[in-house]
Write a protein that binds this ligand. Structure first.
Ligand code: PAF
Length: 282
């Protein structure tokens, strides 16, 4: 597997790939890789001849008091995992390589409509940081396809809209969430959890599934369902950031006539923030 630290080296190799007709699949990550990321690599491997992953803990998408400084860094094992899934190359730029003019002097990309609820409300500026780095990575690598996890449902919808709205010629592909046996969505932040917290965290997916059941049974009072789920999570020992029944495309609060839904939730377990979601078609 080729390791690139500079944009120049990366772009030279990708230009050669393109000239020889290879399709490039991009898997952007922040490292500390787990099966969720490797499922993205597998999906890219099936559809593209050159699979490039990126590992970059993007300071622009972290707010004050968030876990930027403590974000787990496991570069050597990340390389091994990527190579074991036949990833062709990995780009590991320094912050100065991605933000040569500094992060406070950076043009920002934003998708305001889809960013105004859910994580966008709790983490102001987060999605601007994500959109900015993803568009920079798209422009640098010009991939044919780019792969993102459905665990970050709001992020995925935002990246899809950004790509369409800005006429970026990249096919954005969502890959299903990978889960542990207990149902917990795989996330690098699960590493922060102590053993006893892991079983508590599994209640997040339980609350989503319970709400889906009630929706399928015909319950139409969405606010009441959100409150019930909130009580369930609080009783289980989780602090609710949000639990929202939303329209799956607009991400606005769902109305009684909507049938294409997504339930998005974020909770705190101690200092660790976990997110998850579930789609519902009524
Ligand atoms: O989902 C992530 O890991 C990050 O938000 C991404 C897409 C790699 C951008 O930094």
């Amino acid at each position: 597997m080729q390791i690139f630290e500079t944009r120049d080296d990366l772009q030279k190799t990708l230009a050669t790939c393109r000239q020889s007709g290879q399709h490039i699949g991009l898997v952007p990550t922040m490292g500390n890789l787990h099966e969720g990321h490797l499922a993205l690599v597998d999906a890219a491997r099936k559809q593209c001849q050159y699979v490039l992953s990126t590992i970059f803990v993007n300071p622009l998408q972290f707010g004050p008091g968030e876990d930027l400084d403590n974000y787990p860094k496991t570069l050597e094992s990340d390389y091994e995992l990527l190579a074991s899934r036949h990833c062709d190359g990995v780009f590991v730029p320094a912050v100065s390589e991605m933000y040569p003019n500094g992060i406070n002097n950076q043009t920002l990309v934003s998708v305001p409509t889809l960013s105004r609820h859910h994580c966008g409300l709790s983490r102001p500026g987060h999605f601007e940081g994500v959109c900015t780095i993803v568009s920079k990575l798209f422009n640098l690598t010009m991939p044919d396809m780019a792969f993102f996890g459905e665990k970050d449902y709001q992020q995925l919808q935002i990246i899809k809209k950004m790509t369409t709205d800005l006429c970026i010629p990249v096919k954005v592909v969502g890959v299903p969430t990978q889960r542990t046996e207990s149902g917990l969505a795989m996330s690098s932040r699960n590493n922060y959890l102590e053993d006893r917290q892991v079983s508590i965290a599994a209640n997040l997916q339980r609350s989503l599934k319970m709400t889906v059941e009630k929706l399928k049974q015909g319950e139409t009072n969405f606010s009441a369902l959100e409150l019930d789920a909130g009580e369930f999570l609080t009783t289980a020992g989780l602090k609710v950031d949000y639990f929202n029944i939303s329209h799956a495309v607009t991400l606005e609060p769902a109305g009684a006539r909507d049938s294409n839904l997504v339930i998005l939730a974020a909770v705190f377990l101690g200092k660790t923030r976990l997110i998850d979601n579930i789609r519902v078609q009524l």
